[in-house]
Design a protein around this ligand. Structure first.
Ligand code: ADP
Length: 309
């Protein structure tokens, strides 16, 4: 469990994290979203005691990070996968970490196996590809078998297969009751991986919600409509006359917004038009997120203009 209360960070006069209050719960994958510069890394760094707090509190399992008796056994993190001692081998890097945290050698072999690096364990860490480096970073995060994982862009540099592997790993770690907190700019991946979302913009909390609720609540209601080929034009004209917006859908048919499905169905029946498909559709996470963060930026933009004399 991670708990932030009124967490604030200013650099000089600039507020990077602005009174953030949220809880990251065990047993779920929680996605941390926000545009570049929103304050995600700063927040993660403060959770991990790598940045001082200007105000507020943040705890892991009820304690400040620097008060944890054995931090690596409680929190595993991946912030910058390139932060590896270059000259060491993959195994040597993990052994060094294990030794300084009183963890056994056997655990090193276990995590190498978990992340699929056993065969390259003797190679120099510095020569690894970005994707392999990410796997090594995950291995280091898992070394102390921690209940809490904090991962900044963990799928960076992974190929399709690696991304799928990471998704399954994170879900299974959450399934074991761990707290998994991750940031990613890959929305489609986040939509598939995370159960819960924390969204920030300019250091402030914009949403803290279940993934499905977030998409369903903030979706622009739309309906996927298919009619017989010859009836598409009259159907479209009828819908537009009622004020609906009708666009071709990506995989055929029409995407209709501005009228609920029941009204569309009634309209077709009144005019004797055959409907082949009438399906409510939700926006993707990317669509919802983009419109939410755009609104937040515009809102702040207006406010800033008002302040200009
Ligand atoms: P994100 O991870 O969401 O991209 P960051 O946490 O990296 O955002 O940055 C949030 C804001 O804080 C940005 O405006 C960034 O320029 C600023 N910032 C981050 N680190 C520092 C620092 N060490 N000194 C000054 N400003 C910083």
């Amino acid at each position: 469990m991670i708990e932030a209360r009124e967490l604030t960070k200013t650099y000089g006069g600039k507020t990077a994290v602005d009174r953030l209050t949220f809880t990251v719960r065990p047993g779920l994958v929680t996605g941390f979203l926000g545009p570049n510069g929103a304050g995600k890394s700063t927040t993660m760094r403060m959770i991990l005691g790598l940045d001082t707090l200007t105000a507020g509190t943040v705890t892991v399992n009820g304690r400040r990070y620097d008060r944890l008796a054995a931090p690596l056994r409680e929190v595993g993190s991946l912030l910058d996968a390139r932060a590896v001692h270059g000259g060491r081998s993959v195994r040597g890097h993990l052994l060094g970490l294990a030794r300084s945290n009183a963890l056994g050698r056997a655990r090193v072999d276990e995590v190498l196996e978990t992340v699929g690096l056993t065969e390259v364990a003797g190679q120099r860490a510095r020569g690894l590809s970005l994707g392999m480096g990410q796997r090594l970073g995950i291995a280091a995060a898992l070394l102390g078998d921690p209940g809490v994982l904090i991962l900044d862009e963990p799928v960076n540099g992974l190929d399709t297969e690696g991304i799928r592997w990471m998704r399954d790993l994170l879900k299974s770690l959450a399934g074991q009751g761990r707290t998994v907190f991750l940031s990613s700019h890959l929305m489609s991946e986040m939509e598939l991986t995370a159960d819960h979302l924390i969204v920030i913009g300019r250091g402030r909390l914009l949403a803290d919600t279940d993934m499905r609720d977030f998409i369903e609540t903030n979706s622009q209601g739309a309906t996927l409509l298919r009619t017989a080929d010859g009836e598409a034009r009259p159907m479209r004209a009828l819908l537009e006359a009622k004020g609906a917006r009708v666009r071709p859908a990506a995989d055929g048919g029409w995407r209709v917004t501005g009228l609920p499905p029941a009204v569309i169905g009634e309209l077709a029946r009144e005019h004797g038009l055959a409907v082949h498909q009438l399906t409510p559709v939700f926006s993707s996470l990317e669509e919802v997120y983009t419109s939410m963060t755009r609104t937040s930026v515009e809102y702040r933009g207006t406010r800033t203009e008002e302040l200009v004399p």
